[in-house]
Design a protein around this ligand. Structure first.
Ligand code: NAP
Length: 277
């Protein structure tokens, strides 16, 4: 498995598993759990979830999937901005730990910016870290201005990631946010790498994939995996698709293929406000 190194030096797989909407439909629950477990078998040991997903149902499903295998997993969860005050963060984390049936979260993210001052959320995250309830903390959906504001606050420069919407159709962060994070060695966690499956119906991507002997999902993921400091967290609820997606790791894109994708999905030519889903 390709590896990305966090600022702490800890190594995590460059490809993990998303869980948004998992646990919502009882009819496919068993397959969702089987898919996450197969992912663990195949090296996709980073699992991304959040208290928001299904009001905790995704975390409960993750608990089932990782039962007996906790030590294999790098577990990421998120606190809602409405819970991100001092006591609210601690309470939200406690509830996530209960749902996840574990004593620690490996990486705990502020899901997006709300009204609580960064200083207060960071203080709460640092307290959770000292207590051993979380091992690392980070942020999500923070634009450049937010990151600039966060960085000088106590604990701000210790964020382990900024989880962002990033895929071939959403390249805005390449203009300024991604270079800023790179300078500070903060890896990006790319969410919705398949644009929630919409990219797979893109004719340009389909033609590219066909020309180069891969599927559209593999091409979209291989493009993100071509960067050394991007962690990709596709979500899939079916074992067959998971195996297909893993094939992206066998398709390291050449410079010529990357240039072709730049022509098909051009990088930004100026600043754009951060997009989020
Ligand atoms: P995504 O990973 O881009 O796409 C997921 C969709 O693609 C699902 O409908 C899935 O279907 C389908 N899919 C996956 N592999 C496929 C394949 N090989 N062929 C056809 N369809 C395929 O979207 P996402 O779930 O929004 O993003 C991934 C994860 O990022 C989330 O699950 C969540 O953990 C995280 N996220 C974070 C934020 C944030 O604000 N921080 C926002 C959005 C997402 P099935 O599931 O039916 O297989």
């Amino acid at each position: 498995m390709k590896i990305v190194t966090l600022p702490s030096g800890e190594r995590v797989p460059a490809c993990g598993q998303g869980t948004w909407y998992m646990g919502d439909d009882r009819a496919i629950r068993a397959e969702e759990i089987a898919t996450l477990r197969l992912g663990l078998d195949l090296g996709l040991t980073l699992i991304d979830t959040a208290e928001m997903y299904g009001d905790g149902r995704a975390e409960q499903l993750v608990a089932e999937a990782i039962a007996g295998r906790r030590d294999e997993v790098f577990l990421v969860s998120k606190v809602l901005p409405t819970h991100a005050a001092r006591h609210g963060t601690a309470a939200a984390c406690e509830k996530s730990l209960k749902r996840l049936k574990t004593d620690r979260i490996d990486l705990y993210l502020l899901h997006w910016r709300g009204n609580v001052p960064f200083a207060e959320t960071l203080e709460a995250l640092m307290a959770l870290q000292s207590a051993g309830k979380i091992r690392h903390y980070g942020v999500s959906n923070l634009d450049l201005a937010d990151m600039r504001e966060l960085w000088p606050v106590a604990g701000g420069a210790a964020v382990a990631t900024n989880q962002l919407l990033y895929n071939l159709a959403r390249r805005g962060i390449e203009w300024d946010l991604l270079p800023w994070l790179r300078e500070r060695r903060v890896p990006v966690m790319a969410y919705s790498p398949l644009e929630q499956a919409r990219l797979l119906r893109n004719a340009k991507l389909a033609a590219f994939a066909k020309r180069h002997g891969m599927t559209p999902a593999q091409a979209a993921l291989a493009w993100l995996l071509a960067s050394d400091d991007v962690i990709v967290i596709p979500k899939c609820a079916r074992r067959e698709r998971l195996k297909e997606n893993l094939g992206a790791l066998d398709h390291a894109l050449s410079a010529a293929q990357l240039a072709e994708l730049d022509r098909l999905f051009p990088p930004p030519t100026g600043p754009r406000p951060l997009e989020m889903l």
